[in-house]
Design a protein. Structure first.
Length: 100
């Protein structure tokens, strides 16, 4: 269970926090751009049976609105302060399409 409180702190079981930190250290992020689409791949060398806590992906963009697929929270996002924040499982691919 993952929960944010008003201060911005993340409240989660210690085991999930430890897994998140290890995943973050071992994950490589690859981004390809094709026109108005970004393809973001997250890869690590860890066992998905054990290490499968979603990571927060933060991407800078000048797009105003995007459609996200392949994440934990697929849907339409309005970009705030030039960044998209979305939770993504390790060893997954996320498609980010610019909306006009």
């Amino acid at each position: 269970m993952k929960m944010l409180i008003k201060s911005g702190a993340w409240v989660a079981p210690l085991g999930d926090v430890a897994k998140y930190l290890k995943e973050r250290q071992h994950t490589r992020v690859y981004i390809r751009q094709k026109g108005n689409t970004r393809i973001v791949s997250l890869e690590d060398n860890l066992s998905n049976d054990i290490y499968n806590v979603p990571l927060t992906l933060k991407i800078r963009t000048n797009w105003e609105s995007v459609k996200v697929t392949g994440s934990c929270g697929d849907g339409v996002y309005d970009i705030e302060d030039g960044y998209l924040l979305v939770d993504v499982y390790p060893d997954s691919t996320v498609i980010i399409r610019r909306r006009r």
